[in-house]
Ligand binder design. Structure first.
Ligand code: NA7
Length: 547
């Protein structure tokens, strides 16, 4: 901790608001509450620095999949003018520098307490306050409790027998050592081929003696075509910030591109191929914007899937490896679509091998490596778990959050998360969950989703204070209708067809299978939230306490 950040406050200090987490969401929430509303607010952050996801995820190749000029706050024109991104897709250290710059520029650090993990947060209806205890025993209270804990922050480390016997070192990508890991001369095994694993493979392969990739589910990936930003592009992005902001706020996924308004079947086979070739050459997530129906019509999706499988076969020279990598079992983009910098090409290296866990699952970890069910022991010095996260609910449920009458959030969500707008949970007054389950969050460019939630929450609190109201709580029937709507929105797409995706919670054994993010699109969601406000916070009970 540097001296610039806040130390622990006096025992029992009463704040207007406590915010958990100092990533994109927590930083901006603090700014809104403190500087725009004049509240006493404090951020409690488990990490030793600000940055959230970007503080923890320092694995080799860690990079954002959103283009840098869109992976930015858009609330401040001055901030947009000041900051210069260097690459099309920013690397983790650059994003961390950006978030530190934001913390300094807006003088946020004095209200951020680092190295402070929240252990419990209990609502007491007798005083209408949240009573928060940290792992180190400090106690604070607040009228409003706002979670800014991120959607992908609770590591999923699979329970593979024998891990405790492993004689080498092992790491999860989401908790990477700050001093880095030296792979030189090492035999490395990587489990997991999601967005993270796909970024890590080429970088680890370039320094390790040998890399063995353990693939359970084959994945599509589009080349990122990352490159330094030209001066011309930087000038254009600054000059057109208002237009970029408008595009990001008016489309489905919060990215700075528009989804084409044509069906994959409005064009001939040759035209479609040419469109995919151009999108492949351009690179990035925009590939899925080639046609409007890729996520709603299986036949349309099949055309993209076939194109991408063929690309894998063209790139990967060894037909066995190519076959394993191209054996993808779900429609394109129904799991989070990765983008890469040389992923498939890495399998052409002599020092990279591939194990198909569908054919030969992992049996156990031995002191010397990983043994698969064919009896082969793959000798390893280092195991990298690129195995993802207990997404969207894990970080919330890791805190002992209790609402009215001591109801644990874990119990309220036993059958899966139930929220109103992803913002509030019935029975948990004055608790706001930024990018919570039931909001677009991970289906959107995150800073866009975060800014909308943070501003909605700040406006809501301002509305309450202006009227002397001190308690807001989602009504159970509003939660019921919203959960139904979230399910309908998912069912209108192909997204639920990837039966083992983390969108569904299917990557964590025992987790209820519920499609968690709102698939109705960010623009539509923004309108719904605005409509709720226009109708006097429809679906919420607002009260003055004591009454
Ligand atoms: P993901 O997308 O959840 O990927 C995790 C990968 O790890 C995926 O390939 C999993 O296979 C694999 N996995 C998980 N558990 C196991 C076990 N027990 N055995 C073998 N393989 C396993 O996480 P990422 O970190 O890549 O990406 C998370 C998000 O961060 C990403 O989508 C971006 O939004 C940023 P599976 O597919 O479950 O068969």
């Amino acid at each position: 901790m540097t001296s610039r950040e806040a130390g622990p406050a006096a025992e029992g200090t009463a704040f207007d608001a406590l915010v958990i987490g100092a990533g994109f969401a927590g930083l901006y929430q603090l700014l809104c509450l403190r500087d725009r509303l004049g509240l006493s607010a404090r951020v409690l952050e488990a990490g030793g620095g600000v940055g959230g996801t970007w503080y923890w995820n320092r694995y080799p190749g860690a990079r954002c999949d959103s283009e840098s000029h869109s992976y930015s706050y858009y609330f401040s024109d001055e901030l947009l003018r000041d900051w210069n991104w260097s690459e099309r897709y920013p690397q983790q250290p650059e994003i961390l520098r950006y978030l530190n710059h934001v913390a300094d520029r807006f003088d946020l650090r004095r209200d951020i307490q680092l190295n402070t993990r929240v252990a419990e947060a209990h609502y007491d209806s007798a005083d209408n306050r949240w009573h928060v205890r940290t792992e180190t025993g400090e106690r604070y209270t607040a009228t409003f409790l706002i979670t800014a804990v991120g959607c992908l922050s609770s590591a999923n480390i699979p329970d593979i027998p024998g891990l405790d016997q492993f004689a080498g070192d092992w790491y999860h990508t989401g908790g990477w050592p700050h001093e880095g890991v030296d792979f030189a001369g090492k035999r490395v095994g990587q489990i997991g081929t999601g967005s993270t694993g796909i970024q890590a493979v080429p970088v680890i392969a370039s320094t390790a003696e040998h890399l063995t990739v353990f693939q359970r589910t084959a994945n599509y990936s589009i080349p990122a075509r990352n490159a330094p930003l030209t001066e011309e592009f930087k000038r254009w992005a600054k000059a057109n910030a208002a237009g970029i902001r408008a595009t990001m706020r008016s489309n489905t996924n919060g990215h700075p591109f528009v989804i084409e308004n044509r069906s994959a079947f409005d064009v001939s086979d040759a035209e479609r191929d040419a469109i995919y070739e151009a999108a492949w050459a351009k690179g990035g997530l925009q590939f899925r914007a080639s046609f409007r129906d890729l996520l709603t019509d299986k036949a349309a999706n099949d055309t993209a899937a076939a194109f991408l499988r063929e690309k894998i076969r063209q790139v990967v020279q060894d037909p066995d490896k190519a076959g394993i990598l191209a054996a993808i079992d779900h429609p394109f983009a129904t799991k989070r679509p990765p983008i890469d910098s040389g992923y498939f090409e890495a399998f052409n290296r002599d020092n990279v091998s591939l194990v198909d866990l569908r054919r030969t699952p992992i049996e156990c970890i031995t002191p010397n490596g990983i043994r698969t069910t064919d009896g082969i022991e793959h000798p390893l010095d280092i195991i990298v778990f690129a195995t993802g996260f207990d997404a969207m609910t894990g970080a919330l449920l890791n805190i002992d959050i209790r609402g009215r009458d001591g109801l644990p959030l874990r119990q309220a969500w036993e059958a899966g998360p139930r929220t109103y707008l992803g913002l509030q949970v019935a029975g948990f007054p004055n608790l706001f969950t930024i990018t919570g389950p039931g909001s677009p969050s991970v289906l959107c460019n995150m800073p866009v989703a975060i800014e909308q939630h943070v501003e909605w929450i700040a406006d809501c609190i301002a509305h309450m204070r202006a009227r002397g109201l001190t308690r807001i709580e989602a009504k159970p029937d509003a939660v019921g209708s919203w959960v139904e709507h979230v399910n309908e929105a998912a069912s209108a797409t192909l997204l639920p067809q990837a039966g083992h995706s983390w969108y569904l919670g299917a990557n964590v054994p025992g987790k209820p299978r519920v499609f968690m993010p709102y698939a109705g699109g960010m623009a539509r969601y923004r309108e719904i939230c605005a409509g709720v406000v226009a109708r006097g916070y429809e679906g919420f009970a607002l009260e003055r306490f004591p009454g």
